[in-house]
Design a protein around this ligand. Structure first.
Ligand code: CXF
Ligand code: ZN
Length: 376
Protein backbone atom coordinates (compact mmCIF):
# COMPACT_ATOMS: atom_id res chain seq x y z
CA UNK A 1 0.00 0.00 0.00
CA UNK A 2 1.37 3.38 -1.01
CA UNK A 3 -1.40 5.59 0.43
CA UNK A 4 -0.07 8.20 2.86
CA UNK A 5 3.56 7.58 1.88
CA UNK A 6 5.84 9.43 -0.50
CA UNK A 7 6.26 7.61 -3.83
CA UNK A 8 9.51 7.47 -5.73
CA UNK A 9 8.88 7.45 -9.47
CA UNK A 10 10.22 8.55 -12.80
CA UNK A 11 9.42 11.99 -14.21
CA UNK A 12 10.54 13.98 -17.24
CA UNK A 13 11.84 17.50 -16.76
CA UNK A 14 13.96 20.24 -18.43
CA UNK A 15 13.61 23.42 -20.51
CA UNK A 16 14.02 23.83 -24.26
CA UNK A 17 16.32 20.83 -24.47
CA UNK A 18 15.53 17.13 -24.37
CA UNK A 19 13.62 16.05 -21.29
CA UNK A 20 15.49 13.88 -18.84
CA UNK A 21 13.89 11.01 -16.98
CA UNK A 22 14.90 10.85 -13.35
CA UNK A 23 13.62 9.67 -10.01
CA UNK A 24 11.66 12.11 -7.83
CA UNK A 25 9.57 11.91 -4.68
CA UNK A 26 5.86 12.59 -5.01
CA UNK A 27 4.31 13.58 -1.67
CA UNK A 28 0.95 12.20 -0.57
CA UNK A 29 -2.10 14.33 -1.48
CA UNK A 30 -3.13 17.03 1.00
CA UNK A 31 -6.73 18.07 1.69
CA UNK A 32 -8.90 18.25 -1.45
CA UNK A 33 -6.18 16.59 -3.53
CA UNK A 34 -5.71 13.17 -5.07
CA UNK A 35 -2.59 11.33 -6.14
CA UNK A 36 -2.99 9.80 -9.58
CA UNK A 37 -1.10 6.96 -11.21
CA UNK A 38 -0.73 8.25 -14.77
CA UNK A 39 -1.48 5.50 -17.30
CA UNK A 40 -0.80 7.55 -20.39
CA UNK A 41 -0.38 11.17 -21.34
CA UNK A 42 -0.46 12.87 -24.73
CA UNK A 43 1.47 15.86 -25.91
CA UNK A 44 -0.40 19.14 -26.40
CA UNK A 45 1.15 22.12 -28.12
CA UNK A 46 1.02 24.14 -24.88
CA UNK A 47 3.59 21.74 -23.42
CA UNK A 48 5.92 22.64 -26.28
CA UNK A 49 5.20 26.36 -25.88
CA UNK A 50 6.12 26.38 -22.20
CA UNK A 51 9.04 24.01 -22.72
CA UNK A 52 10.51 26.55 -25.16
CA UNK A 53 9.99 29.49 -22.77
CA UNK A 54 13.15 28.72 -20.86
CA UNK A 55 13.78 32.31 -19.76
CA UNK A 56 10.42 32.56 -18.05
CA UNK A 57 11.30 33.25 -14.40
CA UNK A 58 10.73 30.72 -11.68
CA UNK A 59 9.33 27.82 -13.62
CA UNK A 60 12.18 25.38 -14.02
CA UNK A 61 12.89 22.68 -13.16
CA UNK A 62 9.33 21.74 -13.92
CA UNK A 63 7.28 18.66 -14.72
CA UNK A 64 5.31 19.45 -17.88
CA UNK A 65 2.36 17.52 -19.33
CA UNK A 66 -1.34 18.21 -18.86
CA UNK A 67 -3.26 15.90 -21.20
CA UNK A 68 -3.59 12.55 -19.47
CA UNK A 69 -5.56 9.61 -18.16
CA UNK A 70 -4.90 7.86 -14.88
CA UNK A 71 -6.18 5.94 -11.88
CA UNK A 72 -6.61 7.48 -8.43
CA UNK A 73 -3.92 5.95 -6.20
CA UNK A 74 -4.95 7.69 -2.96
CA UNK A 75 -7.02 10.62 -1.76
CA UNK A 76 -6.36 13.39 0.76
CA UNK A 77 -8.70 14.64 3.48
CA UNK A 78 -12.06 16.12 2.52
CA UNK A 79 -12.26 14.21 -0.73
CA UNK A 80 -15.78 12.84 -1.09
CA UNK A 81 -16.40 12.30 -4.79
CA UNK A 82 -13.24 10.40 -5.73
CA UNK A 83 -11.78 7.17 -4.40
CA UNK A 84 -8.83 4.88 -4.96
CA UNK A 85 -9.19 3.05 -8.28
CA UNK A 86 -11.35 5.65 -10.04
CA UNK A 87 -10.60 6.32 -13.72
CA UNK A 88 -9.92 10.04 -14.12
CA UNK A 89 -8.61 12.72 -16.40
CA UNK A 90 -6.88 15.79 -14.97
CA UNK A 91 -8.01 19.07 -16.59
CA UNK A 92 -6.08 22.35 -16.38
CA UNK A 93 -9.26 24.39 -16.02
CA UNK A 94 -10.64 24.30 -12.46
CA UNK A 95 -14.29 23.38 -11.84
CA UNK A 96 -15.10 23.80 -8.14
CA UNK A 97 -18.80 22.97 -8.84
CA UNK A 98 -19.89 25.50 -6.19
CA UNK A 99 -19.14 29.09 -7.21
CA UNK A 100 -21.39 31.42 -9.16
CA UNK A 101 -19.68 30.47 -12.42
CA UNK A 102 -19.44 26.72 -11.83
CA UNK A 103 -23.15 26.58 -10.95
CA UNK A 104 -24.09 28.59 -14.06
CA UNK A 105 -24.63 26.94 -17.42
CA UNK A 106 -23.28 30.09 -19.03
CA UNK A 107 -19.70 29.96 -17.72
CA UNK A 108 -16.69 27.65 -17.54
CA UNK A 109 -14.54 30.21 -15.76
CA UNK A 110 -14.46 29.16 -12.09
CA UNK A 111 -14.33 32.18 -9.79
CA UNK A 112 -13.23 30.31 -6.66
CA UNK A 113 -10.04 29.20 -8.43
CA UNK A 114 -9.44 31.49 -11.38
CA UNK A 115 -7.39 29.81 -14.05
CA UNK A 116 -3.83 31.02 -14.22
CA UNK A 117 -0.57 29.50 -15.35
CA UNK A 118 0.88 28.77 -11.93
CA UNK A 119 3.85 26.59 -10.96
CA UNK A 120 2.15 25.51 -7.72
CA UNK A 121 -0.72 23.46 -6.31
CA UNK A 122 -4.02 25.32 -6.49
CA UNK A 123 -4.92 25.82 -2.81
CA UNK A 124 -1.76 26.13 -0.78
CA UNK A 125 0.73 27.36 -3.37
CA UNK A 126 3.33 24.65 -2.71
CA UNK A 127 4.75 21.72 -4.68
CA UNK A 128 4.32 17.96 -4.17
CA UNK A 129 7.49 17.11 -6.10
CA UNK A 130 11.05 17.00 -4.73
CA UNK A 131 14.22 15.49 -6.11
CA UNK A 132 16.21 12.93 -4.18
CA UNK A 133 18.53 15.83 -3.22
CA UNK A 134 15.62 17.80 -1.76
CA UNK A 135 15.22 20.31 -4.59
CA UNK A 136 11.66 21.50 -5.27
CA UNK A 137 10.21 20.86 -8.73
CA UNK A 138 7.45 23.06 -10.16
CA UNK A 139 4.04 21.90 -11.32
CA UNK A 140 2.54 22.77 -14.70
CA UNK A 141 -1.08 23.79 -15.42
CA UNK A 142 -2.16 22.06 -12.17
CA UNK A 143 -1.51 18.67 -13.80
CA UNK A 144 2.18 17.72 -14.43
CA UNK A 145 1.46 14.42 -16.14
CA UNK A 146 4.96 13.63 -17.46
CA UNK A 147 5.35 11.56 -14.33
CA UNK A 148 4.33 8.10 -13.21
CA UNK A 149 2.49 9.68 -10.28
CA UNK A 150 1.21 13.21 -9.83
CA UNK A 151 -0.91 15.12 -7.31
CA UNK A 152 -3.90 17.09 -8.59
CA UNK A 153 -6.51 19.23 -6.85
CA UNK A 154 -10.06 17.79 -6.96
CA UNK A 155 -11.17 20.94 -8.80
CA UNK A 156 -8.89 19.77 -11.65
CA UNK A 157 -10.05 16.15 -11.80
CA UNK A 158 -12.93 14.73 -13.85
CA UNK A 159 -14.08 11.12 -13.61
CA UNK A 160 -14.28 9.28 -16.90
CA UNK A 161 -16.18 6.15 -17.90
CA UNK A 162 -13.65 3.28 -17.56
CA UNK A 163 -14.97 1.78 -20.80
CA UNK A 164 -13.02 4.44 -22.72
CA UNK A 165 -9.54 3.03 -23.53
CA UNK A 166 -6.69 5.00 -21.86
CA UNK A 167 -5.20 6.18 -25.17
CA UNK A 168 -8.55 7.70 -26.10
CA UNK A 169 -9.56 8.91 -22.63
CA UNK A 170 -6.47 11.14 -22.38
CA UNK A 171 -7.60 13.09 -25.46
CA UNK A 172 -10.60 14.48 -23.55
CA UNK A 173 -8.19 16.11 -21.10
CA UNK A 174 -7.25 19.09 -23.32
CA UNK A 175 -6.89 19.52 -27.08
CA UNK A 176 -9.67 17.43 -28.58
CA UNK A 177 -12.21 18.72 -26.06
CA UNK A 178 -11.01 22.27 -26.70
CA UNK A 179 -11.58 22.05 -30.45
CA UNK A 180 -14.75 19.97 -30.42
CA UNK A 181 -16.18 22.16 -27.64
CA UNK A 182 -15.39 25.35 -29.57
CA UNK A 183 -17.63 24.11 -32.42
CA UNK A 184 -20.34 22.43 -30.35
CA UNK A 185 -20.56 24.70 -27.36
CA UNK A 186 -18.93 28.10 -27.93
CA UNK A 187 -20.13 28.53 -31.52
CA UNK A 188 -23.01 26.05 -31.51
CA UNK A 189 -22.55 25.47 -35.25
CA UNK A 190 -25.85 24.66 -36.99
CA UNK A 191 -26.53 22.09 -39.66
CA UNK A 192 -25.73 23.37 -43.16
CA UNK A 193 -23.25 26.01 -41.94
CA UNK A 194 -20.10 27.14 -43.69
CA UNK A 195 -17.12 27.01 -41.36
CA UNK A 196 -13.56 28.25 -41.82
CA UNK A 197 -10.72 26.94 -39.68
CA UNK A 198 -7.39 28.77 -39.55
CA UNK A 199 -4.69 26.26 -38.55
CA UNK A 200 -5.18 22.50 -39.03
CA UNK A 201 -3.19 21.17 -36.09
CA UNK A 202 -4.77 19.00 -33.41
CA UNK A 203 -7.04 21.83 -32.23
CA UNK A 204 -8.15 22.96 -35.70
CA UNK A 205 -8.92 19.38 -36.73
CA UNK A 206 -10.86 18.89 -33.51
CA UNK A 207 -12.91 21.96 -34.48
CA UNK A 208 -13.48 20.27 -37.87
CA UNK A 209 -14.62 17.09 -36.12
CA UNK A 210 -17.01 19.16 -33.99
CA UNK A 211 -18.33 21.01 -37.04
CA UNK A 212 -18.76 17.69 -38.87
CA UNK A 213 -20.79 16.32 -35.96
CA UNK A 214 -22.93 19.47 -36.06
CA UNK A 215 -23.69 18.85 -39.75
CA UNK A 216 -21.74 21.75 -41.26
CA UNK A 217 -21.96 21.43 -45.04
CA UNK A 218 -18.73 23.22 -45.87
CA UNK A 219 -15.58 23.14 -43.77
CA UNK A 220 -12.74 25.21 -45.24
CA UNK A 221 -9.31 24.60 -43.77
CA UNK A 222 -6.54 27.21 -44.02
CA UNK A 223 -2.92 26.23 -43.38
CA UNK A 224 0.61 26.88 -44.63
CA UNK A 225 1.30 23.12 -44.71
CA UNK A 226 -0.38 21.57 -47.78
CA UNK A 227 -0.08 18.05 -46.29
CA UNK A 228 -2.87 19.10 -43.97
CA UNK A 229 -5.49 18.90 -46.71
CA UNK A 230 -5.27 15.12 -47.15
CA UNK A 231 -5.24 14.71 -43.37
CA UNK A 232 -8.09 17.21 -43.00
CA UNK A 233 -10.41 15.27 -45.31
CA UNK A 234 -10.71 12.53 -42.69
CA UNK A 235 -11.96 15.16 -40.26
CA UNK A 236 -14.60 16.54 -42.58
CA UNK A 237 -12.57 19.35 -44.18
CA UNK A 238 -14.19 19.89 -47.61
CA UNK A 239 -12.02 22.70 -49.04
CA UNK A 240 -8.41 23.70 -48.50
CA UNK A 241 -6.80 27.11 -48.77
CA UNK A 242 -3.02 27.13 -48.96
CA UNK A 243 -2.27 30.47 -47.34
CA UNK A 244 1.14 30.64 -49.05
CA UNK A 245 -0.17 30.58 -52.58
CA UNK A 246 -2.05 33.89 -52.92
CA UNK A 247 0.80 36.38 -52.83
CA UNK A 248 -0.38 39.72 -51.43
CA UNK A 249 -4.06 38.88 -51.62
CA UNK A 250 -5.50 38.64 -48.10
CA UNK A 251 -6.86 35.19 -47.21
CA UNK A 252 -10.06 36.85 -45.98
CA UNK A 253 -10.68 38.04 -49.53
CA UNK A 254 -10.08 34.54 -50.89
CA UNK A 255 -12.61 33.18 -48.40
CA UNK A 256 -15.13 35.96 -49.02
CA UNK A 257 -15.05 35.13 -52.73
CA UNK A 258 -15.32 31.36 -52.11
CA UNK A 259 -18.29 31.81 -49.77
CA UNK A 260 -20.11 34.63 -51.50
CA UNK A 261 -19.64 37.13 -48.71
CA UNK A 262 -18.19 35.26 -45.78
CA UNK A 263 -18.56 32.18 -43.58
CA UNK A 264 -21.07 31.59 -40.81
CA UNK A 265 -18.30 30.62 -38.40
CA UNK A 266 -14.55 31.29 -38.42
CA UNK A 267 -12.21 29.66 -35.92
CA UNK A 268 -8.71 30.93 -35.29
CA UNK A 269 -6.66 27.98 -34.02
CA UNK A 270 -3.11 29.32 -34.23
CA UNK A 271 -2.84 32.19 -31.73
CA UNK A 272 -1.80 34.99 -34.06
CA UNK A 273 -3.38 38.47 -33.99
CA UNK A 274 -3.19 38.98 -37.75
CA UNK A 275 -5.03 35.71 -38.31
CA UNK A 276 -7.77 36.75 -35.91
CA UNK A 277 -8.24 39.88 -38.01
CA UNK A 278 -8.37 37.77 -41.17
CA UNK A 279 -10.88 35.41 -39.60
CA UNK A 280 -13.06 38.31 -38.48
CA UNK A 281 -12.85 39.88 -41.93
CA UNK A 282 -14.32 36.77 -43.58
CA UNK A 283 -17.14 35.89 -41.24
CA UNK A 284 -20.39 36.98 -42.79
CA UNK A 285 -21.98 40.32 -41.94
CA UNK A 286 -25.27 40.05 -40.12
CA UNK A 287 -24.60 36.86 -38.18
CA UNK A 288 -21.01 35.69 -38.68
CA UNK A 289 -19.15 34.56 -35.58
CA UNK A 290 -15.40 34.46 -35.11
CA UNK A 291 -14.18 32.22 -32.32
CA UNK A 292 -10.64 32.76 -31.06
CA UNK A 293 -9.30 29.43 -29.85
CA UNK A 294 -5.57 29.98 -30.43
CA UNK A 295 -3.57 31.52 -27.58
CA UNK A 296 -1.24 34.40 -28.41
CA UNK A 297 1.79 35.50 -26.36
CA UNK A 298 0.97 37.05 -22.96
CA UNK A 299 0.35 40.79 -23.41
CA UNK A 300 -0.42 40.54 -27.14
CA UNK A 301 -3.06 43.01 -28.33
CA UNK A 302 -5.85 42.66 -30.90
CA UNK A 303 -6.90 45.70 -32.92
CA UNK A 304 -9.98 46.18 -35.08
CA UNK A 305 -11.61 49.03 -36.95
CA UNK A 306 -14.43 50.14 -34.69
CA UNK A 307 -16.96 50.52 -37.49
CA UNK A 308 -16.37 46.92 -38.53
CA UNK A 309 -16.83 45.73 -34.98
CA UNK A 310 -19.86 47.80 -34.08
CA UNK A 311 -22.10 48.01 -37.09
CA UNK A 312 -21.91 44.87 -39.18
CA UNK A 313 -23.64 42.47 -36.84
CA UNK A 314 -20.64 40.20 -36.48
CA UNK A 315 -19.57 38.62 -33.20
CA UNK A 316 -16.09 37.83 -31.96
CA UNK A 317 -15.64 35.57 -28.98
CA UNK A 318 -12.90 33.78 -27.11
CA UNK A 319 -13.07 30.14 -26.10
CA UNK A 320 -11.06 28.47 -23.35
CA UNK A 321 -11.31 24.66 -23.16
CA UNK A 322 -13.98 24.93 -25.85
CA UNK A 323 -16.33 26.66 -23.43
CA UNK A 324 -16.80 23.27 -21.75
CA UNK A 325 -17.47 22.83 -18.06
CA UNK A 326 -15.02 20.06 -17.15
CA UNK A 327 -17.17 18.04 -14.77
CA UNK A 328 -20.53 18.30 -16.50
CA UNK A 329 -19.72 18.61 -20.20
CA UNK A 330 -16.94 16.02 -20.56
CA UNK A 331 -19.34 13.14 -19.78
CA UNK A 332 -21.54 14.41 -22.64
CA UNK A 333 -18.60 14.31 -25.07
CA UNK A 334 -17.64 10.87 -23.76
CA UNK A 335 -21.18 9.67 -24.48
CA UNK A 336 -20.87 10.90 -28.07
CA UNK A 337 -17.62 8.92 -28.33
CA UNK A 338 -19.16 5.75 -26.90
CA UNK A 339 -22.11 6.20 -29.27
CA UNK A 340 -19.56 6.30 -32.12
CA UNK A 341 -20.59 9.81 -33.12
CA UNK A 342 -17.35 11.51 -32.03
CA UNK A 343 -14.39 9.83 -33.72
CA UNK A 344 -11.10 9.84 -31.83
CA UNK A 345 -8.92 7.18 -33.46
CA UNK A 346 -7.82 9.50 -36.26
CA UNK A 347 -6.28 11.99 -33.80
CA UNK A 348 -3.75 9.46 -32.49
CA UNK A 349 -1.04 9.42 -35.13
CA UNK A 350 1.75 8.07 -32.89
CA UNK A 351 2.26 6.18 -29.63
CA UNK A 352 5.56 5.92 -27.73
CA UNK A 353 6.74 4.70 -24.35
CA UNK A 354 7.69 7.21 -21.64
CA UNK A 355 11.40 6.71 -22.25
CA UNK A 356 10.88 8.03 -25.78
CA UNK A 357 9.04 11.17 -24.73
CA UNK A 358 11.47 13.37 -26.67
CA UNK A 359 10.35 11.67 -29.89
CA UNK A 360 6.84 12.93 -29.14
CA UNK A 361 8.24 16.49 -28.88
CA UNK A 362 10.15 16.15 -32.16
CA UNK A 363 7.10 14.86 -34.03
CA UNK A 364 4.87 17.70 -32.81
CA UNK A 365 7.45 20.43 -33.40
CA UNK A 366 7.96 19.16 -36.97
CA UNK A 367 4.20 19.12 -37.59
CA UNK A 368 4.27 15.37 -38.19
CA UNK A 369 1.89 14.32 -35.44
CA UNK A 370 -1.57 15.30 -34.29
CA UNK A 371 -1.63 13.47 -31.01
CA UNK A 372 1.21 11.27 -29.79
CA UNK A 373 0.21 9.12 -26.83
CA UNK A 374 2.98 8.51 -24.31
CA UNK A 375 2.55 5.34 -22.25
CA UNK A 376 3.98 5.40 -18.75
C1 CXF B 1 -3.74 26.37 -22.50
C2 CXF B 1 -4.85 27.33 -22.45
C3 CXF B 1 -4.42 28.73 -22.45
C4 CXF B 1 -3.29 29.03 -21.56
C5 CXF B 1 -2.17 28.07 -21.66
C6 CXF B 1 -2.62 26.68 -21.60
N1 CXF B 1 -4.29 25.16 -22.17
C7 CXF B 1 -3.98 23.99 -22.65
O1 CXF B 1 -3.27 23.67 -23.54
ZN1 ZN C 1 -3.32 21.58 -23.80
Amino acid sequence: KTAGKPIHCRVARKAGEPLVIEEVIVAPPKACEVRIKIVCTSLCHSDVTFWKLKDFPGCFPRILGHEAFGIVESVGENVQDLKEGDSVIPIFLPDCTECIDCTSKKSNSCSQFQFKVSPWMLRDGTSRFTTIDGETLYHFLSVSSFAEYTVVDIANVTKIDPRVPPNRACLFSCGVSTGVGAALKTANVEQGSTVVIFGLGGIGLAVAEGARICGASRIIGVDINTDKFEIGKQFGVTDFVDSNSYGDKPISQVINEMTNGGADYCFECVGMGTLVQEAYACCRKGWGKTIVVGVDKPGALLTFKSLDILHLGKTIMGSLFGGLKPKSDIPLLVKRYLDKELELDKFVTHEVSFQHINTAFDLLVEGKSLRCVIWM
